[in-house]
Design a protein around this ligand. Sequence first.
Ligand SMILES: Nc1ncnc2c1ncn2[C@@H]1O[C@H](COP(=O)(O)OP(=O)(O)OP(=O)(O)O)[C@@H](O)[C@H]1O
Length: 264
Amino acid sequence: MIEIKDVHVTFNKGTPLETKALRGINLTVPEGQFLTVIGSNGAGKSTALNVLAGLAPVESGSVRLDGQDITNWPVHRRARIISRVFQDPKMGTCEDLTIMENFALAHGRTKPRGFRFAIEKDMREKTAERVKVLGLGLENRLDDKVGLLSGGQRQAVSLLMAATGPSSVLLLDEHTAALDPKTADFVLETTRTIVDRLKLTAVMVTHSMAQALSTGERTVMFHRGKIIFDASGEERAGMAVEDLLHLFKKTQGEELSDDSLLLG
Ligand SMILES: Nc1ncnc2c1ncn2[C@@H]1O[C@H](COP(=O)(O)OP(=O)(O)OP(=O)(O)O)[C@@H](O)[C@H]1O
């Protein structure tokens, strides 16, 4: 379970560039929940993910994971339990290494003589089995360099790698935004399957309201560093993008002006 309590993040404090990126965020995500996060540009979505990953300076408030206070844990300590997939398909994998080597690396199986030698038969079979879930035939291309894969294939592999290992929390940072619509749909469907099968706690930031409502089981909206609504259950099940816009206008007294949110 993720528990973010009254978290404030201010960049460049005390300077003319001071930005209050998060202004008292409270968010509890129960174990196994798939949460989607939406909001206009600069609303604080990525900062919230960075707070979880340990990359944003928490000015006040606390972050707990499964009851442990991780507010001051360094990034590397969290990396074992929290993994992340970024917008850029190139960020989750090493393009000069093969699919197999990337998985070996993710498993921390490196040895002084080089991990090529450390890839045991057993691990190869397990990796092939895992990659097969994607339905892309990549189980027959384990020795191909990742750089040869398409953006969608690569993002699917990143996703699988992030979900492999001991981590139980998956952070998805607009991970389909750089893909064409068809590939984005495929990666999104793969995401749903992986999160469901591995019973992960997932937080997905997206610019698409439609995607936010059709994925996972709960949606929160950020606006100017605050969470302005939190929908789940029946309320969310019947929601369309127009309802979100209406809700935004009702709570904020203004129209939502971010085109990417409206069109996504
Ligand atoms: N490292 C940083 N240094 C200074 N300001 C930052 C930093 N990171 C974010 N900000 C500022 O904090 C605010 C929130 O940014 P954040 O990236 O969290 O928004 P976002 O909701 O993810 O937006 P977008 O959808 O545009 O990516 C913005 O005003 C941004 O310019």
